[in-house]
Design a protein around this ligand. Structure first.
Ligand code: ZN
Length: 294
């Protein structure tokens, strides 16, 4: 089963033929705050003056700096408040699964063994590898499953990527491949609903059909580069969180407020339904038996 996420730049602009990521089509907040909200200037930590300054001027300087700091704090608080107001509400019931087993439980990984992953950053923007590690860390925290980074890979993802590749990865299930790829170099189609998707992902089951995930891939399109980081909705981090959700076994949900909404739900991190879905796919659901790779 293949899952997609349309370009973030288009998430509020369905039907347009705007470029893949373009601040001009982002109808929400400005993508970059005018200053770093987390570390406002600290006049109290300024370098000491070299020469004594008349007290009167010093008082004026301090008063000015206090007013400046208050102004910045007020503006910052305002921007944060707007950000909070624009995060859609949701609840833990907002999750779904890509597939169900015969007993009605979701198809998932064996949560009692570490999940291995490799990265092919190709010509990805600087910071992309760190973004992958951070996204994996969040999935690990939400599922209770350990992840192991096996290093870089030059594997190019393909539509029929085999879950067992002895020549490349040895006698074990192939690690999850997270790769940035030129759409010209793969048979994976990024075309979804008339849009060019930013990424495509899929978990893999054994070819023998057991109801368990043992491998998977995420293909990030080099034609649709998103800025690195997790700070805003159009960034690469939330795209990775969405695609990793699919690789773990989560399906799309209809409502906003969840990163598994097909366009990312207007959020930058997992929402309550995403987290509940990941919990149900994770350690708390109990161990499974990983099939022997054949
Ligand atoms: Zn998706």
């Amino acid at each position: 089963m293949r899952a997609t996420i349309p370009s973030r730049g288009r998430s509020t602009d369905a039907g347009s033929s705007a470029p893949a990521y373009d601040g001009a089509v982002d109808h929400e907040l400005p993508p970059v705050p005018p200053f770093d909200l987390s570390t406002p200037p600290r006049p109290d930590l300024q370098e000491p003056f070299d020469e004594p300054i008349p007290a009167r001027r010093g008082r004026r300087t301090i008063a000015f700096l206090v007013v400046l700091a208050l102004t910045i704090a007020t503006l910052g608080g305002g921007v944060l408040a707007i950000e909070r107001l624009t995060v859609p509400e949701s609840d833990p019931s907002q999750h779904g699964f890509l597939g169900l087993r015969m007993d009605g439980s979701p198809i998932r990984w064996n949560p009692c063994e570490p999940i291995h992953y490799v990265i092919n950053p190709s010509r990805a923007p600087t910071g992309s590898v760190d973004d992958v590690h951070e996204a994996v860390r969040r999935v690990s925290r939400a599922t209770g499953i350990a992840f192991v980074y096996d290093g870089l890979s030059d594997e190019v993802p393909s539509r029929a990527r085999l879950p067992l590749q002895r020549d490349r990865y040895g006698e074990r299930w192939a690690p999850i491949l997270i790769a940035w790829v030129d759409p010209e170099r793969t048979d994976i189609s990024f075309e979804r609903d008339g849009h060019e998707a930013a990424a495509v992902a899929s978990p893999s089951r054994p070819l023998t059909g057991e109801e368990i995930f043992v491998s998977g891939f995420i293909a990030m399109s080099l034609d649709d580069p998103n800025p690195p980081g997790f700070a805003w909705r159009g960034a690469q981090g939330p795209v990775l969180l969405h695609e990793l959700g699919h690789v773990m076994g989560l399906a799309h949900v209809a409502g906003p407020g969840e990163i598994m909404e097909k366009s990312g739900g207007g959020v930058t991190d997992y929402g309550p339904g995403d987290l509940e879905g990941l919990r149900r796919l994770g350690r708390e659901a109990g161990c499974l038996t990983t099939p022997v790779p054949v």
